[in-house]
Design a protein around this ligand. Sequence first.
Ligand SMILES: Nc1ncnc2c1ncn2[C@@H]1O[C@H](COP(=O)(O)OP(=O)(O)OP(=O)(O)O)[C@@H](O)[C@H]1O
Length: 374
Amino acid sequence: MTDMSNVMETGNDPEESAEKPALEFRNIVHAYGSVVAVKDLSLSIAPSETVCLLGPSGCGKTTALRVAAGLETPSTGEVWMGDRQLNGGARDVPPENRHIGLVFQDYALFPHMDVFQNVMFGLERMAERERRERALDALSLVGMADYAETYPHTLSGGQQQRVALARALAPKPAVVLLDEPFSGLDARLRDSVRDKTFHALRQSGAAALMVTHDAEEAMYMADRIAVMKEGRLVQVGAPRELYQQPNTPFVASFFGEVNRILGVVQGGSVETAVGVLPAPGLSNGAPVEVLVRPEALRLTPATVDSIGPGYAKVLSARLLGRTSLVHLCTCKTTGEELHLHARVPGSYLPVEETIQAIELDQSQAFVFPGGAAK
Ligand SMILES: Nc1ncnc2c1ncn2[C@@H]1O[C@H](COP(=O)(O)OP(=O)(O)OP(=O)(O)O)[C@@H](O)[C@H]1O
């Protein structure tokens, strides 16, 4: 388990600006009976910022969101919105008074109300004219104004999701919470709804906290990503930072498939079948695991006719569209066979059984201490 002291919030850190965070978790712990779902969560979301909580199923993402919404009372810790403490001691603010917009994966639209009435629903405390204007503005923001008189059951999943987003944004909340909002949509629809949601959130100026288990989705939507594992934050940062500088094998492998090569440090570096990598700060003889993204392996036809470090035989190559996936067999430094995946531009589809020279892009390879060295 990662020590929380290693977890630093970086990139667009709200602490650095004068503005108060739009939403802040302070040392939140939440247990369901003996299951501790969230363990000492501290996280700030700046005004207008989108943060994605990313992690595998059961790591506590939804629980964190429900705590922010006021649907769960944390065992300990505090939730703040700006200067306003939402829970802790006698100060619990009920969900309906938090001024937070909610979008859940099942959209939860009222079936007996048309789209316009659904969006008007959260605006009761206003004059009728203002309510209508707000609802129409919110529907326009998500591109659904033409469907105002339509009933939810006649809409596609993507359209329903956009109405749910309009309903959440109509009261102009400072914070919107989204729980796997695209999970019920098929891949093509998901891309377009995701894009509309991205732009609608930007335009609304609301801060957003979105839960997802899909790393690419998190990178698409988020200014910062907070990676969770077993109830704890393991790394928080801008998408590029997490992708390029993962702090653990867990984070590195969560952002896509990786080739795993075990090795031993010698003289500040580790020699692998695909090249030599620096291993700063690790002592001689230390076992390491090297994680290499398939995109890090560049291939060119080799002039040699046998495999060995730096060379591999093509077992199979499949065109996947923009890229090709190449299954390779090479030798470890010990002489044992090693199976690797390379992802190369789709224009390059090497012939099976040919030998390829491997060039390693070191920026996509990561050395971590540990792993049983062979
Ligand atoms: N109402 C509940 N009662 C008891 N245990 C619960 C309850 N809700 C969640 N849990 C447990 O708490 C842990 C965290 O669950 P949570 O739903 O927050 O995770 P998650 O990361 O959102 O998962 P998923 O992506 O599958 O929704 C899990 O072990 C889960 O089984």
